[in-house]
Design a protein around this ligand. Structure first.
Ligand code: FE
Ligand code: FE
Ligand code: MG
Length: 164
């Protein structure tokens, strides 16, 4: 990070880097949970659900890239080993051991709600202190809000299909 950029930062970069790395761990775990979930999912509407899970996986990977770039720009280092993800994560990981479509969707909804909480908290942390991270986190939060909505819609569609 350049000299002036460092001067306008109203927050301790080390604290910010740590928070961003925790979110970075969340994104990789979310990516994999979606990716592997899309591969194993079974049940009604499988095609539609698989497509949505794949899209979300791509979004989470993109979020990881955005976070890594900002961490490096702040003079930090993104977590270098997957071993670190499970201790750094805010939102954890749920293995899709039951491939049922509703179970997988519920697991992912839970993850999205945690992501929304995490990024809302992060927004408040950097508000008026780091406009660059603020804008970045806001755009990620918008995606997570859309993700939760997409999954809830699929769960409602499944419910409707089951009643017929
Ligand atoms: Fe994400
Ligand atoms: Fe998401
Ligand atoms: Mg979607």
């Amino acid at each position: 990070m350049g000299t002036r950029a460092r001067e306008i930062l109203g927050i301790d970069p080390a604290q910010l880097i740590e928070e961003l790395n925790k979110a970075f761990a969340d994104e990789w775990l979310a990516y994999y949970q979606y990716w592997v979930g899309a591969r194993v999912v079974t049940g009604p509407m499988r095609g539609a659900v698989e497509a949505e899970l794949n899209q979300h996986a791509a979004d989470e990977l993109r979020h990881a890239e955005i976070l890594a770039r900002r961490i490096i720009q702040l003079g930090g280092e993104p977590l270098l080993s997957p071993d670190q993800w499970s201790s750094a994560t805010n939102c954890g990981y749920e293995s899709p051991t039951d491939p049922d479509v509703s179970v997988i969707l519920e697991q992912n909804v839970k993850g999205e709600r945690c992501a929304i909480d995490t990024y809302s908290r992060l927004l408040k942390l950097v508000e008026a202190k780091d406009p660059v991270t603020y804008g970045m986190v806001l755009s990620i939060l918008q995606d997570e809000i859309e993700h939760e909505d997409d999954l809830e819609s699929l769960l409602r569609d499944l419910e409707t299909a089951r009643k017929k």
